[in-house]
Structures are given as C-alpha cells and as structure tokens.
Ligand binder design. Structure first.
Ligand SMILES: [Zn+2]
Length: 585
C-alpha cells in the first residue's frame, strides 16, 4: 500500500508514540526464532487521515511490537476464547471482586475473580472513529475485525453513513469468527443478551445499524438495497459450517410474526418476512440440536452433538438474580460456556468462541450496582468453566470489556465494609442514631460507596420524578424517604438488590464511560497483552498467535513477507474463498 522508503516515512511521522515502531530509534528486539520485523505504519493527520486500512495496519504494528517485546512470537493457540464483559469497567471489576469475596464469607478486598488471576493484562483504549465515549457495536467490531469504526456499526468500516445500506456494501470487515470458520475450525457465540444484540452480532454480522436485529426493524430502503437483519445473517451464515454453537436470548426474532412463543403465551414471533429461522436451521443441520430451555440443554449428549442452537428467552435472558425464577428454566452463562466447549472441542482443528456477559451493561444503565456486580461474578464463573474445560497449553483466553461505565467506587469505607453498604469509616464518626461509624456528607447525611455520575438514580426532583432514593426497576410509586436534597440513607437499605445508587445527573439510562478498560489473558500468546493498546490491536494479537486464522488471512493476501497480516482483507474475497470447494476441509 505505502511504498515510501521507511526512513522517509519516519521523517514525515507525527508524534504518535504508538506508531514509532516504524522508526529506527524504536526498533524492537528481534524475537527468538522469528524474523518478524516492525510494521511500518503511514503517518497521517488524525482523525481525518484514518481509514479502515490504516486502522488494520496500525493494529497489526502494535501487536507485532507487543508480541516481540514480550518474546511471545511463535506461540501458537489452537483454540481461542474471547470473553467480553459488556460495560465491565475497572471499578465494576473491583467492586465485583469485593462482592464475590464477601458473598463467600472471605476477605473481599483481596479476593480475586477467575480472570484476575490470569498472568497477563493490558489496558485497552476504547474510543470509536466518531465517538469519544463508545457504544458496544463499534467497539466489538474493533475487537473482532482489527479495524476501529463508528458507533452503531457492526462489522462495517467507518466509510458509509449510518443506515446507508447501499454504501455499506464492500465495506464489510471480516471477523475472527468468520476466518476461523473458513479455516475449518469450529465456532461459537454465546451471550446473556439477544444473540442478535451488538456484541454477539459483531462476531458474525455486517450492517451499518446495530438495531437491525430482526427484519421488522429494517427500513424499506435498506431491505430493497439487500440488507438482511442479524437473525437472518446468523442462520444464513455463508461459511461452510456456519456457527457451530450459538446460544443466548432473542428467540422471537427467529420466529414468524404471529407464532406463539413456547414459553410465554403472550409473546409472539417478530419476523415479517414469514421465515421460520428455527425451522430453517433445523432443516439445514439435521444432526444438530435446537433447545430453548435448560432441561433440554442438560439432556444433550454434548460430546456427540455436532451443532447447537439455544434460544432461551424471547428477548434478553434473565439477570442472574432472576434466573432461578424463570418459567421454563434457563442455563447460567457458566453452563452455556461449558456446554459450548464440549461441542466445539470435538473438532481436531480447534475452535473460536466468544462469550458475552451482556447484562453487566444493562444493570449499569439501570443504575443498579447489585445486578452489575452479580452479573460480573457470574461472568467470572463462566471464565472458570472455560478454564476447567480447556488446556492452557493450547487455548488462548482473552477477557476484556467493550467500554466503561460511570459507576464509581469511592469514599473511605473501612476494610471489610459491605460493598453495597453506606460508607462506614472510623468509629470517631459514631452516630447516635445507631449507624455506627457511618460517614456523613457536608449536610450530615450518609452516602454509599458505589455511585453513578449519571442515570436514573438521581435523587433530586426533576420534571419526571419527585425527590428521594430510587429502586430498580425504576417505579415512581415506590419512592420512599422523600426529603429535601439528598435522601437520608440511614433509613434506607442500600444493600437491597433493588436499590439504585445515587447519580449526579438525571438521565433515563446511565451512560457508558470513556476511559480505558482492562484486558486479561491466559494461554499461548497471552503475554503479548501488556502496556496500553488500542482496542483494535486485540484482534491482531489473537490472529498473530492463531496459526489457522493467520493462514486464512494470508490466503486472502493480507500478509507481508513475514507472514504477518497487515492489509485489511476484503470481505468479498473471504466469501469467495469459503465458497470455493478446494479450500473446504
Ligand atoms: Zn451499554
């Protein structure tokens, strides 16, 4: 692409520290047993000079450098699992480990969640090409394709405008899951949200609008221009084998309009095109198993189930807190993870699996810390399940988040203070009303350790709600303890699962945050995760350490002389490749 001599380009370079690997002064140590050299990245004016190809090459360069610095080059992962905690900010992880430890009756502050015990970690910078604080669509696209893009976009580059179906054609970005499928590996995506929601959709789908989950949501123009909803894209997946495993919610998006849901008599299918995607999936995969409740999943002989589709709720699955009360019964994220791996590991070529803890984000948007921490603990249990069902010698596990949130972990609570409690500090702040050690604000009122910068937990009066502390779900009839200014929390049980922490700015839904999120990694290639990386570099670290996925990229003409994928692969070329019988396994 760029044929300027390397030194000339270094002279033109802007002071973009992440890209200095191209300059002689930043030459990386030649890695053991590998001759991979630093990747030149053209100097550009940012953000105007950013292109999909530039993002791809930039991510490749970061990954090569990080891998060489850590002497990780040459490490090979047979299997790759990406765990995505949606909205799982660093304060959420910190509060969740205190929560999980205290729930077990051990010291919470020092308790480590499964993935916090991984040997390698990095920080991931999450901005999108058009948003300082990102959404889940563009961020997961960056992780899955190596290219940053706009908010709201799934598997499509930044080039078209949002909802411009025609302009999105040719701008599709090939995903890790697609490459793995083409390479003859097994593939899976599982989530607690609808399987068509932004994060899982970014593993297999391509649309310039994340909300086009079912055909009823597409504009007539988009339909006429040939865009297809995510539910249909999942079932029509063009690679030979399609997704080996897909599990989550979103059942009614696969059912024709008018058809009654098997679990809820008052829920019906949403498809206007008349397609019964569940029936189509079953016809396409006669040996496969379709399940829609926990009992059916548990009855399967997973080691002999070649393919699995599980749709456990009409929309999102329940929060872990409500799961036991589900009518038909639904599996936990850990159970889905273990089941998926049992199906996927039958393939001697290995597998790629994405597991999303999708409702951490929903609880945070609702301003409800309890469910966010509970979902994070369930997510950590799913990582434990993956560790128990795989071999760290051949399986790379990457745990990260797409973006942050506004939840804060603050005040000076004493060691061992309940994480959902009001701040209780030293005994010299003793309060005669019985709240021993409660810390007080400037007006003499207690406050909680966890709080939000914005969201529905705003306790002041607004034009929508009276003053007072709030409960989840947001219900104006439940307002209690109405007072002037902040509510008096000495009379409120802030540890109640339905308590909503206070927020400063009243918003119907709390927002995402713009700071870095964490990456934790274990297995071959994991040590390449260190320092602070751009989110799209995660894809490159993964593909550079997964021989079959990397070979697939090289077949698409993406690789340089060292076999490093540096050029953005064309989606149409990938499509052609997977449909050419010669490359089929
Ligand atoms: Zn969100």
């Amino acid at each position: 692409m760029n044929h300027l001599p390397r030194l000339a380009r270094c002279g033109l370079m802007l002071a973009v520290t992440a890209l200095l690997s191209a300059c002689a002064s930043q030459a990386v140590t030649p890695p053991q047993g590998s001759r991979a050299a630093a990747i030149d990245v053209p100097a550009i004016q940012r953000p105007d000079g950013e292109t999909p190809q530039w993002w791809f090459r930039n991510g490749a360069a970061q990954a090569v450098q990080a891998s060489a610095q850590a002497n990780a080059r040459g490490q090979k992962a047979k299997n790759v699992i990406v765990f995505l905690g949606d909205g799982m900010s660093i304060p959420t992880i910190a509060a969740a480990h205190v929560y999980a430890g205290q729930r077990k009756g051990v010291d919470g502050e020092s308790y480590r969640l499964s993935f916090e015990q991984f040997p390698f970690s990095a920080l991931s910078r999450t901005y999108e090409t058009d948003q300082q604080t990102p959404d889940s669509a563009g961020t997961m696209t960056a992780i899955m394709t190596g290219v940053k893009t706009r908010g709201g976009f799934i598997g499509v580059s930044q080039v078209p405008r949002r909802q411009d179906c025609a302009a999105s054609k040719g701008q599709e970005l090939v995903t890790t899951l697609e490459l793995a499928a083409a390479a003859g590996m097994s593939t899976g995506a599982i989530t607690t949200t609808r399987i068509t929601h932004a994060t899982p959709a970014a593993t297999y789908g391509h649309l310039p609008e994340r909300n086009w989950e079912v055909d009823a949501e597409l504009t007539p123009e988009a339909k006429a221009q040939g865009c297809k909803d995510f539910a249909a894209q999942l079932v029509d997946f063009p690679a030979i084998d399609g997704l080996t495993v897909a599990m989550g919610g979103g059942r009614t998006e696969f059912m024709p309009a008018g058809e009654t849901d098997p679990e809820y008599a008052n829920k019906v299918g949403q498809r206007l095109d008349g397609r019964d995607l569940i029936a189509e999936w079953r016809a396409k995969h006669p040996g496969g198993a379709y399940v829609w409740n926990d009992k059916q999943l548990k009855a399967l002989d997973l080691a002999h189930t070649p393919r699995l589709l599980g749709l456990f709720e009409p929309s999102h699955m329940n929060f872990e807190h409500e799961r036991a009360k589900d009518k038909a019964g639904e599996p936990s994220l850990a159970e889905m993870t273990a089941s998926a791996i049992e199906v996927l590991k039958q393939n001697p070529n290995g597998f790629f699996l994405m597991v999303e803890g999708g409702r951490i984000d929903h609880a945070l948007h609702a301003g409800n810390a309890y469910r966010a921490l509970d979902e994070t603990a369930a997510f950590a249990d799913a990582v434990s399940a993956a560790l128990a069902h795989t071999d760290p010698a051949d399986t790379l596990i990457v745990v990260t988040a797409d973006h942050s949130h506004t939840m804060t972990f603050a005040g000076y609570p004493k060691r061992g203070n309940g994480i959902l409690d009001v701040v209780k500090g030293h005994t010299d702040s003793y309060d005669e009303e019985g709240g021993a050690g409660m810390a007080r604000d400037a007006a003499g009122k207690p406050y909680t350790t966890l709080g939000f910068a914005n969201g529905p937990g705003y306790t002041g009066a607004s034009n929508r709600q009276p003053e007072g502390s709030k409960r989840y779900p947001h219900n104006p009839s439940e307002y209690e303890h109405i007072s002037k200014g902040r509510p008096d929390l000495s009379k409120v049980d802030t540890t109640d699962p339905d308590y909503m922490q206070e927020s400063i700015v009243p918003l119907k839904a709390e927002t995402h945050g713009g700071e870095d999120v964490a990456v934790f990694a274990n297995g071959p290639g994991a040590q390449a995760f260190h320092g602070e990386i751009e989110q799209n570099a995660i894809f490159h670290v993964i593909v550079q350490h997964s021989p079959l996925i990397r070979a697939e990229l090289c077949k698409l003409g993406s690789c340089n002389a060292d076999g490093v994928p540096v050029d953005r692969p064309a989606y149409q070329a990938w499509l052609k490749q997977v449909n050419t019988p010669a490359v089929k396994q």
